[in-house]
Ligand binder design. Sequence first.
Ligand code: SF4
Length: 235
Amino acid sequence: MDTIMIELSVSRPEDILVGAISHLGYPGPEAVSDNILAQIDDGIDTCRKLARPEAICRSTAYTGLGKNAIRGERLCLETANWTRLATRMSGIKELSCFAITLGNAVDERISRLGKSAMLQALMLDAAASVLADLCADQIQQQVYIHYQRKGLKSSARFSPGYCDWPMQEGQRAIIPFLRPSSIGISVADSGLMTPRKSVSGAIIAAERMLAESPCFLCARDCRHRRAPYQDRARP
Ligand code: SF4
């Protein structure tokens, strides 16, 4: 098991804004009134002041595929969709897991605002969700570069609770391997993390991969889709 060093920065307000508008259900910035836009900006500003992003990322040697499972040393990722993608990779070498948290201060402020200023709480919550996701994107990018230097490709990141990977099972696989308590993350039996604005996930590294996500093999109508379905690729 190796540690992959990750350096996180707090994303720019304009990058958080794009995601926050979408997270709040608006089709685009043109649909947001000036008044709401000012509230979103305040939420982003508060979020950037309070967030203390920390991450942990560990890799392990790949050991093989099971029935709907990708196995590494001391790690088993049970997801049929990602296993299906892995069967189309060659030279799988490593599996990496990561967790990122924005820290407790954001959660505490959202909770406090929720008692008296619901709209502010909502805007801060949206900004923090987007920032946590952007931090996970930074991890994915740094893992990509880590493996690129080894002549390997890396998959897109995938998280417990998304695609076909149940939250509870996914966290039970990742958390004992990753031990994210070192960055202040605890995980309930349900799989929910504290602080709430935390993201965990996994990445596959291989010599060759047809695609970075299994979406092109999957006909499901899913809002997390990352590539169009290719019917001819149906297994
Ligand atoms: S479309 Fe959705 S369910 Fe299907 S592989 Fe992609 S993320 Fe998973």
